[in-house]
Design a protein around this ligand. Sequence first.
Ligand SMILES: *[C@@H]1O[C@H](CO)[C@@H](O)[C@H](O)[C@H]1NC(C)=O
Ligand SMILES: *[C@@H]1O[C@H](CO)[C@@H](O)[C@H](O)[C@H]1NC(C)=O
Length: 333
Amino acid sequence: MGLHKIIVITIIISFLSNTESTCLPFSCDASNPDTIKLQFCNSSLPVDQRVDDLILRLNLDEKISQLGNTAPAIPRLNIPAYEWWSEALHGLSMEGLGVKFNGSIKAATQFPQIILTASTFDEHLWYRIAQAISREARAVYNAGELKGMTFWAPNVNILRDPRWGRAQETAGEDPMMVGKYAVAYVRGLQGDSFEGGKLKDGHLQASACCKHFAAQDLDYWNGHHRFTFDAQVTPQDMADSFQPPFKTCVEEGKATSLMCAYSRLNGVSNCANYDLLTTTARRQWGFNGNLKTNYCLLLKSYIVSDCDAIRVMRDSHGYTAEDAVATSLKAGK
Ligand SMILES: *[C@@H]1O[C@H](CO)[C@@H](O)[C@H](O)[C@H]1NC(C)=O
Ligand SMILES: *[C@@H]1O[C@H](CO)[C@@H](O)[C@H](O)[C@H]1NC(C)=O
């Protein structure tokens, strides 16, 4: 197994279309006699049943193939390829692999950096910006020039120290303020109302991701690197400062994804931290895998590692390759 490709650590996913929809790419073709009878293609069945049916049909190699961010197609089941990695902090971005702007669509609207937008203290504005990003993304996707609708934004780490170097992509230093930004952004991006209600039949317009969980606010400084940094944080500081934006992002924003950080927290790799991912996020905050659906997407709340974080655990955190993968999968299930 190519370890560098192990990026998505806890997912149950499929992109499916139903017969009424016009979404691209198609996975269940009503005119295809081989797949029309498959239960997971049948949009009149409950979503859980469709997901169970799909998972049961995948063999081990196919399941493993779907754990990286670039998930290949499974032609025998008519399942298309999917790219998990797209970025949209302040506008649809070329930084991820999902969009390249090299087709007929050459650009998308770029809004100001988050630190500036946040300084308006205008939650409606934050919401409307995310809503506009999401609608553009959906349009580009429907035009067939975006390979996925999962966006690894917003960044909800609080900014403790300007030497981090990523001040501009955060909503600043205040945990409550960052939490409010998170909620407005996630609701706008995911297609909910400003108050959090569903706008359209419970459908998900796009998937948002609260990153980087948790206590990451350093890239490289004075010999310390984000890959290996071991943040020493007291339980009180976790509860008061570092966790609240994530808690709010999940509980109030209903974000469909969390990203675990490269770094370590009190000696434990974030992506291998069962207490953080399972006990805190999944159990206490209810990030429990409720299914979200739209015409094209069945999505279970998923935890993704930062790019190559599992390889980093092998290379720099003292794990064997097998333990890095197994521990991460078990920590966030
Ligand atoms: C889809 O499921 C419904 C409900 O069980 C069933 O009536 C229908 O025949 C199914 N459609 C196909 C194409 O299998
Ligand atoms: C755009 O770039 C991607 C990735 O490099 C490539 O797969 C795709 O074919 C390109 N599309 C066009 C229209 O050139």
